[in-house]
Design a protein around this ligand. Structure first.
Ligand SMILES: Cc1cc2nc3c(=O)[nH]c(=O)nc-3n(C[C@H](O)[C@H](O)[C@H](O)COP(=O)(O)OP(=O)(O)OC[C@H]3O[C@@H](n4cnc5c(N)ncnc54)[C@H](O)[C@@H]3O)c2cc1C
Length: 336
């Protein structure tokens, strides 16, 4: 592999470029923005690593969003994201250039890829982080992630091993505005590509759901465990239809089979930023609120006046979900 000199290779911050569903999934761009502020404190550069076929356009996009350097490995056999091949190639790049920090979005691929990569590199990994900072004294990366079932937030440091690796929840950081005049370097390191032969992609087809329907909705109605039954959950769809919105759910509601995994909000689900979010029968666990914190206005319905969800709600209704929903539907049907 040919080495290319970088300004501060031992201090660089790397971001894995997950460009699939580029217009819906902005987490790589959000990470570049955050890496940029962290890099200023470390006196380092931000590098995005991109693997795939004909990915030059993404490299240009990453520069426009703040990357100082984009490292591209372009090859037809890298067209599909393949965890074994990607781990081997990226591990080789890391060993060559030795970045200080390596970040990826907690996308389905990032969640599979980064643990394998960390294992290969014999370093630590914090998953689903919701904050990142640099310690002023030690210059170590402070990786904040929910722990012990969300009961507390753990601040993790990787003291002895490199790189300091973390996956980050989508929607936590803001992306920078696209600047087509931004200047960055794009390099193509020489790597030996041997696609993993044990795993072969035979075929693939897109998921049959409307992509981005929840993430882009102006109104979102969420049902939690307190919604009780499937019949009650259906009334959330009635409310969403009246308000031209979409329906989301917490983990217990999905686990109870009230709706599909594609409607899950939170740390392990989607993040939404609607103008109005009505959350019904949800307690306000951190793993859930992580996914709704970008909402403009939150209305919470819960029978327990002490439920933590009221701490983040703009308006709280204390009472039984079924009675309040019935009343709300009745009133809205008369008005609309
Ligand atoms: C690693 C990890 C990742 C996780 N990721 C996610 C995630 O991505 N998304 C997620 O949602 N969860 C996630 N969880 C689970 C999370 O910790 C909570 O358990 C979950 O969010 C709670 O869902 P809930 O609020 O619906 O249920 P509960 O916490 O059980 O709350 C139910 C609420 O409903 C109220 N209620 C009950 N009956 C009524 C009624 N008749 N009328 C009105 N209110 C009523 C209760 O007062 C209570 O406050 C994760 C957990 C872990 C450990």
């Amino acid at each position: 592999m040919k080495k290319v000199e970088m300004n501060s290779p031992s201090k660089g911050i790397w971001v894995f470029g997950d460009y699939r569903h580029y217009f819906q999934n902005r987490v790589t761009l959000q990470l570049i923005a955050k890496a940029k502020t962290l890099a200023q404190r470390l006196g380092a550069e931000v590098t995005v690593v991109v693997l795939g076929e004909r990915v030059h356009q993404y490299a240009m996009e990453y520069v426009a969003h703040g990357a100082d350097l984009v490292m591209v490995v372009d090859h037809p056999s890298l067209k599909n994201f393949q965890v074994e091949t990607y781990s081997r190639l990226v591990a080789a790049l890391v060993e060559d250039y030795r970045p200080e920090v390596f970040l990826a979005g907690a996308t389905p691929f990032g969640r599979e890829f980064f643990p394998r990569l960390a294992k290969r590199l014999k370093t630590g990994l914090s998953t689903d982080c919701i904050a990142l900072e640099v310690d002023a004294e030690t210059q170590l990366l402070l990786q904040t992630t929910p722990a012990f079932g969300g009961e507390l937030l753990a601040e993790v440091i990787t003291q002895n091993h490199r790189p300091q690796m973390a996956t980050v929840h989508p929607g936590v950081f803001e992306e920078r505005i696209h600047d087509s005049r931004a200047v960055g370097r794009i390099i193509y390191p020489e790597v030996e590509i041997h696609p993993d032969e044990r795993v072969q992609l035979v075929s693939s087809r897109p998921e049959q759901s409307k992509k981005g329907y929840l993430e882009n909705a102006a109104v979102v109605i969420v049902g939690g465990r307190g919604i009780g039954s499937g019949e009650q959950f259906q009334s959330l769809f009635d409310l969403a239809e009246l308000l031209q919105g979409e329906v989301g759910a917490t983990r217990p509601a999905v686990r109870a089979g009230l709706t599909g995994e594609d409607r899950l909000l939170g740390q392990t689900g989607k993040s939404v930023k609607p103008r109005l979010l009505i959350t019904v029968g949800t307690s306000g666990a951190l793993q859930y609120t992580t996914g709704i914190q970008g909402s403009e206005t939150i209305i919470a319905i819960n029978r327990d006046a002490q439920a933590p969800i009221f701490e983040i709600a703009d308006l709280g209704l204390v009472g039984d979900a079924r009675s309040i929903l019935t009343l709300l539907l009745e009133k809205l049907r008369k008005r609309l």
